[in-house]
Design a protein around this ligand. Structure first.
Ligand code: IPM
Ligand code: MN
Length: 372
């Protein structure tokens, strides 16, 4: 018996999580475990009506779970950043989910925009650092007359660029990226361990040629960590180059480890090469604490309640959840069932089918039960 928390969230979130639950329950029937869900009403609606994002009581409650199943957040009625930072990033940071695991795998029967590439060529995992870098939230924005902070920035500018900020700049904004030795080491170690279970190749992404302080540290830690993994072949890629190679030679990659912000960007690219955002799952993992599994796409408010959203990314995220709690056979069965539904053409419109969201989900659940 597993106790799992669920947060449907906004837009299409609740609909796709409902399908994911169906499939995980079917996996439980087939592989002999039960899931007891605890639903949390967190999202835009509640925020608009009560001003609450996540309360301390909810953080306390959620901390008792090993896994949270998460839909999506984001709503046109709320200014961008409030829900993202106040809910999604708050959960990632509060529970120190330092690994964002994003498989980039082309399933059989799915079309990729990359000409001539097959499922054999597109099968790697991005391990995105999830708690540091430009996501730490240190920054500010102010105008010329707002002296207090200007003093700090004026010093930085004059030392670094010899500029007189007060007369040269009308308004200034800055944001600071932070990498710590410990933060880099733990996520890179996770990536090396993962590479050991796969094809033993690990690519590190950075921009150490320009942002040489933060990513210089990231690189140093990588070089040191690599010494404990002599069997893993390693390489460094600059982030601009890695986007090119993802498109040209995706077959080169096995495990890719990346700082937070570059990871955000390159996994949207990854999602497209694996057939679209409707197919891309992610896991926010704290190996010792509470982890959270979600599709990497957003809440797609314009598709809300139309019954056309593709539930596959969320169902696949459910498979990552099962893997995380140790139900490896069930996890693999869920991915096979997704592939079966694609082979049988029982898929939503974005994948060329005509199935409604609930039909696509139920079909995958049935495939899991039948063990096809
Ligand atoms: C993602 C999303 C989030 C991120 C946003 C919604 C805060 O784009 O999960 O990739 O930037 O991490
Ligand atoms: Mn993103």
């Amino acid at each position: 018996m597993y106790r799992i928390a669920s947060i449907g969230g906004d837009g299409i979130g609740p609909e796709i999580v409902a399908e994911g639950k169906k499939v995980l329950e079917a996996a439980g029937e087939k592989y002999n475990f039960d899931i007891q869900w605890t639903d949390f009403d967190i999202g835009a609606d509640r925020y608009i009506h009560s001003g609450k994002l996540i309360t301390e009581e909810e953080f306390d409650e959620l901390s008792k779970f090993k896994a949270i199943y998460f839909g999506a957040i984001g709503d046109e009625r709320v200014k961008p950043g409030i829900l993202e930072k106040g809910i999604l990033l708050a959960l990632r940071f509060r529970f120190d989910m330092y690994v964002n695991l994003r498989p980039i795998r082309l399933l059989h029967g799915v079309e990729t925009p990359l000409a001539g590439k097959t499922p054999h060529d597109i099968d790697f995992v991005v391990v995105r650092e999830n708690t540091e870098d430009f996501y730490v939230g240190i920054g500010s924005r102010f105008k010329k007359h707002e002296k207090k902070e200007l003093n700090v920035i004026r010093d930085i500018y004059s030392v670094k660029f010899g500029l007189d900020v007060e007369s040269d700049a009308e308004e200034i904004a800055y944001q600071i990226g932070v990498i710590t030795r410990e933060g880099a080491r733990r996520v890179q170690t996770y990536a090396f361990d993962l590479a050991m279970q796969r094809k033993k190749k690990l690519t590190s992404v950075d921009k150490a040629n320009v942002l040489s302080d933060v990513y210089g540290l990231w690189r140093d830690v990588f070089t040191e960590t690599a010494k404990s993994y002599p069997d893993v072949t390693t390489e460094f890629n600059f982030v601009d180059a890695v986007t090119m190679w993802f498109v040209k030679n995706p077959e080169w990659f096995d495990v890719v480890v990346t700082p937070n912000m570059f990871g955000d960007i390159i996994t949207d690219l990854g999602a497209m090469i694996q057939g679209g955002l409707g197919l891309a799952p992610g896991g926010n993992i704290n190996p010792e604490g509470t982890s959270m599994f979600e599709p990497i796409h957003g809440s797609a408010p314009k598709y809300k309640d139309l019954g056309i959203a593709n539930p596959i990314a969320t169902i696949w995220a459910g498979s990552l959840l099962l893997d995380h709690i140790g139900e490896h056979k069930a996890a693999a069965a869920v991915v096979s069932a997704i592939e079966q539904s694609i082979r049988d053409g029982v898929v939503t419109k974005d994948l060329g089918g005509s199935a409604r969201t609930t039909k696509a989900g139920s079909y995958i659940a049935d495939c899991v039960r039948k063990g096809q």
